[in-house]
Design a protein around this ligand. Sequence first.
Ligand SMILES: Cc1cc2nc3c(=O)[nH]c(=O)nc-3n(C[C@H](O)[C@H](O)[C@H](O)COP(=O)(O)O)c2cc1C
Length: 396
Amino acid sequence: MSWFYRAVVRPLLFARDSEEVHNFTLRALEYVSRRAVLCEALEAACGTPGLPVEVFGLRFPNPVGLAAGMDKHATAVPAWEALGFGFSELGGVTWHAQPGNPAPRLFRAMADGALVNRMGFNNPGAEALALKLEQWRASGRWPKHPVGINLGKSKTTPLDRAAEDYASSFRRLWPLADFFVVNVSSPNTPNLRQLQDKAALDEILTAVQEVNAKFSVFSNQYSVSARGHSRNTQHGTRTAPKPILVKVAPDLSFDALDEILALAGPRRLAGILATNTTLARPTTSDPRLQTVYAEAGGLSGRPLRQRSTEVIRHLHRQTKGALPIIGVGGIFDAADAWEKITAGASLVQVYTGLVYEGPSLAKNIVRGLLDRMRERGMREPREAVGAEEEDVKRET
Ligand SMILES: Cc1cc2nc3c(=O)[nH]c(=O)nc-3n(C[C@H](O)[C@H](O)[C@H](O)COP(=O)(O)O)c2cc1C
């Protein structure tokens, strides 16, 4: 299937504008998502073997997830499970709906297996996303795998009111997802990355956790039933708060990452998501790549792989493995995913790899992970997390 995608489908898709292809693909996956028989067919072709893993209190059927930005409108929620993903992260969503930056805003650097994007959080806003998610739940087609939501800041909200903006989205979306990611690392919203500063991030996490505490006490009051109707009981029972993660930029120094880690305990972070896209560019003498790399925006895909793994390794070492990490950046196959996991990631995600490698990617990665575990006599993925030192010893 992968060779067919690469040899036949990809050249046809890559002959057209990237965002046009993205929208077309999402529409096709929405069509599939609405029909059980098509979801089953997709699952038969792309479904992954089981490789269950439990992280921050959630059970994932396998550790390979869909990264944020692919499905900002929750267009194809059931399809991500049919494509074999062990979890999906929807959004980024902001409190206010916004169109994002003017097109063109998504570019392929084909020879490098990369993308440059400056989408700028184009999204329908938290309210519209919530309604869409409620529709999926009411349809009975809600996936069995964990679903996360990526929260961003509205462009029109000034930085000093960012905490309120994130908390408003979180409040509306709280009952509708299993975990949430505070995204302060997108390069495409002016000054957003300043929110990675300890004091600013502390304010946002405090506001979000206040909402979390309130809702987890009275969760029944706000919960949405499988049929999409809000239950309104007066006396809620205490349920667990939602896991909150922070997504970091690969361009942060290790010192700046340590500052963020210092908030993990006090603000009860469930984990760190590393990494977002980078502002850095590889040097190249290829004029076509030079043209793409001259575009403003964040770079993803193969050239990001190494730096994102370095960030994961650092975070894992600093926390002695105590804080779960979701690793993302340049994963195109099982070897890339294994690199992230053995550097310290408990879960991984893909975006650009899916564009270049096609719909069998999750399956191929999970199979390759199973092979690697088998070769090393490992029975559970968590035995591989941060195990690279062992691997290096074995190979030398
Ligand atoms: C077009 C595009 C849109 C993205 N939108 C978001 C977003 O809304 N929120 C976010 O946290 N990350 C976003 N990302 C970053 C990805 O989730 C991921 O962190 C990054 O692309 C690195 O992974 P990759 O190399 O597998 O693509 C986006 C990436 C791309 C290419």
